[in-house]
Design a protein around this ligand. Structure first.
Ligand code: HPA
Length: 286
C-alpha cells in the first residue's frame, strides 16, 4: 500500500485559493464525472477549463476513459465545477488523494455534490445501460480500515464520528425520481445500493455472489470515499451509477472487461446526462 498521504488544512486552502484566482466563478455544485461520463462537462456554458497538472497539490489521472481537468461553468442555471476524470485507489493513490478535490470544493463554497460512476450490475433485474439512483452504499474499503476519515480529525471540516445512514440526500433522491417519471424513463432507472471495491480486478464469481448477498445492487471502484468526505464537510450528495456490464455470478464463460464498460458508457451516457440536466433544472439555485 502507498504511504499515507496526509494533507493539512493549509494544503486544501492553498489549492482552493489558487483556483479562486483562476476564475471568478464560485460554484455551489460540484459534479464528479465517472468513466466515460465526462460529456456532462462539455455541456457547461461559460466554460473555464483547468488541467489537473496546473493545479497546486492536485493528483493526476492515469486511466483511459478519464480526462484530467476541472471544468467550471453553468448548467441549467447552476454554477458548477466538474471533475472530468477522478482518482482511484487502484491507481496507487491513497484515500486522502482520492478525496482531495472534495474538500477543496467545499472550501470554494460548494454545497452539493453530484457523483456519477460506471458500475457492474449485481441485481438480476438490471440491464446493461440502465441507470441506478444511489440510495445507499457499502463502503467496503472503509469498513476494513481504508477510510478517508481515519487519522487525526480536523474539526474545521467536520466531526470525528460521522453518521452515514443519511449519506444520499432524500430530497434530492425524490427529485431525481420525479424527474425519471417526467422523462418517461422509469423502465430503465432503478434505486439501489452501490458497493465500492478497490479494484482493479473485476469480481470473481464467488466475490460477485458475496457482494449480492451483502445487499449490493451494483459494484464499482469509486464514489464511496468521495461521498464520505463530502458528508464529513456537510455537502448534500446525489449519486448515479451507469450499469455498464452485468457482474458474472455463475457462467464462467462470461468475462467483464474495461472495453465493454467504455462501450456501454458511450451508448447510454447521453441518457444519464439528460437526467442530470432535468434534475438540475428543477433544483432551486442556492
Ligand atoms: N466491477 C467493478 N467495477 C466496475 C464494474 C464491475 O463489474 N463495471 C464497472 N466498474
Amino acid at each position: 500500500a502507498p504511504a499515507a498521504h496526509r494533507c493539512s488544512y493549509e494544503d486544501y486552502e492553498a489549492t482552493a485559493k489558487w483556483l479562486g484566482s483562476q476564475t471568478e466563478q464560485r460554484p455551489k455544485m460540484a459534479i464528479i464525472c465517472g468513466s466515460g461520463l465526462g460529456g456532462l462537462a462539455e455541456q457547461l456554458e461559460n466554460r473555464v477549463v483547468i488541467p489537473y497538472r496546473d493545479i497546486p497539490n492536485f493528483p493526476q489521472t492515469t486511466v483511459v476513459g478519464h480526462q484530467g481537468q476541472l471544468v467550471f461553468g453553468t448548467l441549467e442555471g447552476h454554477q458548477c465545477v466538474c471533475m472530468q476524470g477522478r482518482f482511484h485507489t487502484y491507481e496507487g493513490y491513497d484515500v486522502n488523494q482520492v478525496t482531495y478535490p472534495v474538500r477543496v470544493f467545499s472550501l470554494l463554497g460548494v454545497r452539493t455534490l453530484v457523483v456519477t460512476n460506471a458500475a457492474g450490475g449485481l441485481n438480476s433485474s438490471f440491464s446493461v445501460g440502465d441507470i441506478m439512483l444511489i440510495k445507499d452504499h457499502i463502503n467496503l474499503p472503509g469498513l476494513v480500515g481504508n477510510n478517508p476519515l481515519c487519522g487525526p480529525n480536523d474539526d474545521r471540516f467536520g466531526e470525528r464520528f460521522l453518521c452515514t445512514s443519511d449519506a444520499y440526500d432524500c430530497d434530492l433522491l425524490a427529485l431525481a425520481q420525479q424527474t425519471v417519471e417526467k422523462q418517461g424513463i422509469r423502465a430503465s432507472v432503478h434505486q439501489g445500493v452501490y458497493c465500492m471495491v478497490s479494484g482493479p480486478t473485476y469480481e470473481s464469481i464467488a466475490e460477485g455472489r458475496a457482494l449480492r448477498t451483502l445487499g449490493a445492487d451494483a459494484v464499482g471502484m469509486s464514489t464511496a470515499l468521495e461521498v464520505v468526505v463530502a458528508r464529513h464537510c456537510g455537502l448534500r450528495v446525489l449519486g448515479f451509477s451507469l450499469i455498464t456490464n452485468k457482474v458474472v455470478t455463475d457462467d464462467r464463460t462470461l468475462k467483464a472487461n474495461h472495453a465493454e464498460v467504455l462501450v456501454a458508457d458511450n451508448n447510454r451516457a447521453q441518457d444519464l446526462q439528460g437526467l442530470v440536466r432535468g434534475i438540475l433544472a428543477q433544483m432551486s439555485v442556492d
